[in-house]
Design a protein around this ligand. Sequence first.
Ligand code: HEC
Length: 390
Amino acid sequence: MTDWVLTPEQLNTLLGFLLGAQALLRDVLHGLGLSGTVAGQPEWPLAQRLSAEVLVFEPGQARRLLGCIAALGLALVLAALALLWRRARWSAWGGAVLVLALAPWGSASVWLVPALPTSFHRSPTGFTAESIVRGQASYQQHCLRCHGADGRGEGPEAASLPMWPPNLNGRLLWQRLEGELFWHVRHGLRDRQGQTTMPGFGDRLSDTQVWQLIDFLQAQASGRTLAQTGRWEQPLRLPDAPVRCARGPALWLHELQPQRVLLAPSGRGDGAVPVDPRLVTVALPLPGSPPASSADCVAEQAELAQALALVLGVTPARLGGYQLLADRQGWLRARSAPGSPGWSAADLVCRAETGAQPGADSAAPAAGLAGLIAQMDAEPVQLLRGGFPH
Ligand code: HEC
């Protein structure tokens, strides 16, 4: 019994449940008039929240928490029984008290971390290309001086600060809940002595602008990581933008889900946007090049090209000839570089952490785009924020 450990899937379900339960508690408290509204969403009124990290890294803690949840559930059932069934009333109440008393509540303090009023806020931007590009403009105006042009923390003022700004291109942005990043940019950060380490921007930037900055930071971090390591370490959505399709009304890219989307900036010189029944192809004509005529849809928003250049870690001038592939859930999974002879499994640059290595034991993986799609579908990715599945 004591050696029983949750499988990764069970742990994931538990974490998803806990995130949902906390968001529900927030909404119920708000609905009862016990908490206010911050930045347009119900606030989290408690000083603490559950920590996902503790549960991920210490299997024993997840087990104990599960024990407490089970005890709560059982106590509720017994309480209901006590109310409904008069003859068993006293034994049911006794059972409920006993179950609660035996649950391992002693660990509760370990599961909790300090929370912020916006801990469970969700970004309202929809990760649109426009939001990313606006975030970029705000970044250049307000953040670059410390965080540097590339987000690595080497801005012109960095050396004069009491604390060196962190590299924003690693895991940091995903180790936080997005609502907590939002709060940090809005209100700034302090060290343990209460000294300001980063100023707050709530007086200069609107809430929307802060969310846009967070979109931009994630796009930039992904592009930098791809350029350095050849991988998108964290799942990233295909930046959203309007598209026109030959059949049907004007749409947004995300409305093409659950179809896989292949996005081709400019179409290659030879116009070779693959025609494949398993994909919706979207051409993005770049200035000076005609749209690839074979594509199913066309996206014309200039911001989309800028946002894609960011997530690819290239300058907009070098975007021509790249292609990007998003899976059925809208995650960017693969990219093919200009001049490559065709798609291959090596282009799958956003992979599940537990994903099998290509070709490790599968006898004969299909080649080209077909093989890539098969591998992408077999290996869905999941986004974690602050350790919770989103
Ligand atoms: C005066 C310099 C300065 C400016 C301007 C600045 N930052 Fe920071 N930033 C810092 C420092 C220093 C830290 C590390 C603070 C700490 O961990 O206590 C930091 C940390 C961060 C973090 C990590 C927060 C976390 O949860 O750990 C983010 C995100 C961030 N900054 C975004 C921004 C954005 C967006 C802007 C522009 C609106 C900005 N910063 C402007 C200096 C600055």
